[in-house]
Design a protein around this ligand. Structure first.
Ligand code: 13P
Length: 364
């Protein structure tokens, strides 16, 4: 069967690029923090939040030696997409030249879904088709759109309205991306705010994913040329009972197996405030041999905080620290690349990597 609006050459390109991103032993660097959301991180190390500082910081990450051995795609905010390196080569062009696919964050942040609720929908449909076309022509090959679902047992949240609204939004965005040649990353993030246990997170994640895939089907999204970016199934950050990485892996695989079609090209997790080390250990657990036989898609990383935290700290806004910061970033990239094959060895960790990176109501 053919897909509405998608000719065969488009399907081939989308599938090829989606498979390139989730190729064995590689994953995504999510470097798409908006100028207003990176401010917290810059503040934490006393750096002024200017466009030039953000450019220097992104350049540092993107030019880390041999980054392409571990990173297959980088998601950028529009501002970064329009910036260039010190030699005036645009970042998308520079990344393409070293064999990394440039990606673009297309959503424009969150807005209240209804009056008197903290549930949200995501903005960004204004001239979306035109923006997709424009970014594709300037080198983007994939895109990201983040929706947020909150767990609140007392208020029965996420409500069905929130789950349905966000699923439809993600499906509409994905179908527009594909008609313009961009692989859509569909990100329905169940955020870890709250004291709920892992079972509640699993149940909510399953409902959210099942509804999202129904909507993707309704909108004729071509799953072979599409990636899912889910949360791992964990207890809330304020939960009293902590769990082991084996519990997280089992709950996450169970939720994914119950809801995600085998045709999907791949799954790229967000780190969601886990420490750098936890995000690596949990991904590693998910890729150990036991689970490999139990699921049909590649599972890898699309981390923001868990790839950048120790690099950002080492940098602290100083040119003389750049090489040290790059080494810290490469350590995490290498660790997660190994984890995406189930081959990470925990003996390479350090105390900095164990620090919790959770931020209440995290925005991107
Ligand atoms: P974290 O890995 O910091 O959760 O962010 C990934 C991301 O892209 C969220 O949209």
């Amino acid at each position: 069967m053919t897909y509405v609006n998608l000719d065969v050459s488009h399907q081939i390109m989308l599938k090829k690029n989606a498979e390139f991103i989730v190729q064995q032993g590689k994953g995504i660097l999510a470097a798409d923090e908006s100028p207003s959301s990176i401010i917290k991180r810059f503040n934490s190390i006393g750096i002024e939040n200017t466009a030039e500082q953000r450019r220097i910081y992104r350049q540092l990450l993107f030019t880390a030696p041999d980054i392409q051995q571990y990173i297959s795609g980088i998601i950028m905010h529009e501002e970064t997409f329009n910036q260039s390196n010190d030699s005036s080569i645009s970042f998308p062009m520079m990344l393409t030249q070293i064999g990394i696919l440039p990606g673009i964050k297309l959503d424009r942040g969150l807005e209240s879904l209804t009056i008197n609720t903290n549930e949200t929908t995501t903005l960004g449909f204004d001239d979306l088709e035109k923006r997709c076309e424009d970014f594709f022509n300037r080198g983007a090959r994939f895109a990201k759109w983040r929706c947020v679902l909150r767990i609140n047992k007392l208020k029965n949240q996420p409500t069905e309205v929130a789950i349905l609204n966000n699923a439809i939004i993600l499906a509409r965005y994905a179908s527009i991306c594909q008609t313009k040649g961009l692989v859509p990353i569909v990100e329905p993030e169940v955020i870890p705010d709250g004291d709920h246990d892992i079972n509640i997170c699993q149940r909510v994640t399953e409902k959210v994913l099942a509804t999202t895939f129904k909507a993707l089907s309704d909108y004729d999204v071509y799953l072979e040329g599409c990636l899912l970016k889910p949360n791992m199934v964990t207890p809330g950050q304020e939960a009293k009972k902590k769990v082991k990485s084996t519990d997280i892996a089992l709950a996450t695989i169970t939720a994914l197996n119950r809801t995600c079609p085998p045709a999907l090209a791949g799954i790229v997790f967000l780190s969601g405030g886990q420490s750098e080390e936890d995000a690596t250990i949990n991904l590693n657990e998910l890729n150990k041999t036991f689970y490999q036989s139990k699921r049909p898609w590649p599972l890898t990383f699309s981390y923001g905080r868990a790839l950048q935290a120790s690099a950002l700290k080492a940098w602290s806004g100083k040119r003389e620290n750049e090489s040290n910061a790059q080494q810290n970033f490469l350590k995490r990239a290498m660790a997660n690349a190994a984890a995406s094959k189930g081959e990470y060895d925990e003996k390479y960790t350090n105390d900095e990597a164990k620090k919790n990176l959770y931020v209440v109501g995290h925005n991107y």
